[in-house]
Design a binder for this molecule. Structure first.
Ligand code: ADP
Ligand code: MG
Length: 501
């Protein structure tokens, strides 16, 4: 078997802008000839990663290797790498030929030769017109625009301009082509066509493609390997099939295609309870563990009432061309189902799920945990906020006196000011408030995931960038500015230092 060559390796690569981390300790590699896609929502650090590979940005920490050699500090023009951006960036005053030939005409190379006296000499040479012509024709053929050499680029359609941009990037015969949302500016139909063309081009050229997109369908269609990112962190690396069928966590499951994500509990060996029913599954998790259960809508089969595993009622149905997308309600939980057979709204029926279609994932957050400290006022500070709390829980059978000192059972008085504590707050115990001023800490909503009967919202504070993970039945929007409130009795405190009385 051929040895797998890693053409690009990222080792612990970090990129921070003014102390704000855009890419966190990233580790991944790209094999020679592979089509790898960085996939994730806007702002998750895809372009930053690509720009570091191209050499337009320097990593704050870590190393980038090309064919095993450290290129972290090598300037872009010395890397055998070219980039295609979403904005075509063609020269409007040049025709197609000149746009593509531009870089070739500027190219100089050193030619060493032996002169007639047997001495070694170096001559700086340009590419000949014939060589440039041949190279331009070759790439124009590759992008299917053979007859277009003399055309003014401003007369071309968006798709054609983007093909010229690609031709210009590959005419230098790079080892790696980077593509940053190259189809983002095209309409849907054009985008679909170009996806196929790019895939073909990749095969014909035989070079390595590193592609960036926020479009999961695009990533799954085109790539050999997908790197799913969120918030500067790699969530999963795998083939499109792996990513789709075995999402590693609820972020990936939610981002890749439509999914049902239920909160569940393991109740026995390969037995999981969710939507109020125990199902057999194939994943082995410890009994009593809280888990996320992912089931794809197309993996749920409908049966007549009483004939399946759980009964419920159809509450919505939309025809989607090939299949119907129906919502089935069990108790308070909604289950999304795709089926070619329609069941009418209001119909009572039953569902069936096969054990190997139930994907169990470790629950990411069962509780919010913070490091905090007690203030003079017997409140607790954590996550960029100050909260009312009950400090008497720190010592059994203690109480507060009029001056605010904690009095222990034996009468000893304790000043809690600045005492470090561990803080725990349940996901359901945090109230989100529309208004920045009215809560005790504020931040931005950075993620929302639907979990069947509720939303899981993550709020990130400004200064310390602490997260509040909140389960709520209300719908919020990404980037909403909100504040949070927590009932004092829901804030669990523990002394940090061990062996304290
Ligand atoms: P994506 O391409 O996934 O949409 P980017 O890599 O462009 O995301 O951005 C990742 C994060 O880094 C964002 O929060 C963005 O605001 C920030 N960022 C990107 N470039 C810069 C820059 N030149 N200066 C400061 N912050 C930046
Ligand atoms: Mg980007």
């Amino acid at each position: 078997m051929e040895k797998e060559e890693k053409i690009i390796v990222l080792q612990d690569v970090v990129k921070a802008y003014d102390g704000q981390v855009a890419v966190e300790k990233m580790n991944f590699y790209v094999r020679k000839g592979e089509f790898v896609t960085l996939l994730g929502p806007s702002g998750c650090g895809k372009s930053t990663t690509l720009r570091m590979i191209a050499g337009f940005e320097m990593p704050t920490e870590g190393k980038i290797l090309l064919n095993g050699k450290d290129i972290t500090t090598v300037p872009p023009y010395e890397r055998p790498i070219n980039t295609v951006f979403q904005r075509y960036a063609l020269f409007p005053h040049l025709n197609v030929y000149d746009n593509i030939a531009y870089g070739l005409k500027l190219k100089r190379f050193r030619n060493t030769y032996i002169d007639k006296n047997g001495k070694e000499k170096v001559k700086i040479e340009k590419l000949s017109k014939a060589v440039i012509d041949a190279k331009v024709s070759r790439v124009l053929k590759l992008v299917d625009l053979e007859e277009f050499e003399k055309r003014d680029v401003t007369t071309l359609s968006g798709g054609q301009q983007q093909r010229i941009a690609i031709a210009r990037a590959i005419v230098n015969e790079p080892e790696i082509l980077l593509l940053d949302e190259p189809l983002g500016a095209l309409d849907l139909k054009m985008r679909k066509d170009m996806q196929l063309e790019l895939k073909e081009m990749h095969q014909k050229l035989g070079i390595t493609f590193i592609y960036v997109t926020h479009d999961q369908e695009e990533a799954l269609t085109m790539s050999d390997t997908v790197v799913v990112m969120s918030d500067g962190v790699i969530q999963q690396i795998g083939t499109p099939k792996d990513i789709y069928n075995e999402p590693k966590n609820s972020f990936v499951a939610d981002f890749i295609g439509e999914s049902n994500i239920f909160s569940g509990t393991m109740v026995g060996n390969k037995k999981v309870r969710f939507i109020n029913k125990v199902f057999d599954c194939v994943d082995d998790f410890p009994v009593n563990e809280k888990v996320d259960v992912v089931v794809r809508p197309e993996d749920i089969f409908l049966a007549d009432e009483g004939k399946g595993m759980v009964d419920g009622v159809i509450i919505s149905s939309i025809f989607k061309g090939v299949h119907y997308e129906m919502t089935f309600k069990v108790g308070k939980t909604e289950v999304l189902i795709q089926d070619t057979m329609e069941r009418k709204v209001g119909e009572r029926c039953s569902i069936h799920i096969r054990p190997d279609d139930i994907h169990i994932m470790e629950k990411e957050f069962d509780c919010n945990r913070y490091d905090g400290y007690i203030t003079k006022r017997n409140t607790v500070c954590f996550a960029d906020g100050e909260f009312e709390c009950d400090v008497t829980q720190l010592y059994e059978k203690s109480h507060l006196d009029e001056e605010g000192y904690l009095v222990l059972e034996n009468g000893e008085k304790i000043d809690l000011t600045d005492v470090d504590v561990k803080v725990e707050v349940g996901l359901k115990d945090i109230e989100i408030i529309d208004n920045e001023e009215d809560g005790d800490a504020c931040g931005n909503i950075i993620s929302i995931v639907y979990k069947g009967d509720h939303y899981q919202v993550i709020i990130r504070t400004d200064e310390e960038e602490e997260d509040f993970v909140v389960d709520t039945e209300y719908v919020w929007n990404e980037n909403d500015r909100v504040s949070v409130k927590i009932p004092p009795n829901k804030i669990k405190l523990k002394l940090k230092a061990v062996n304290q009385k």
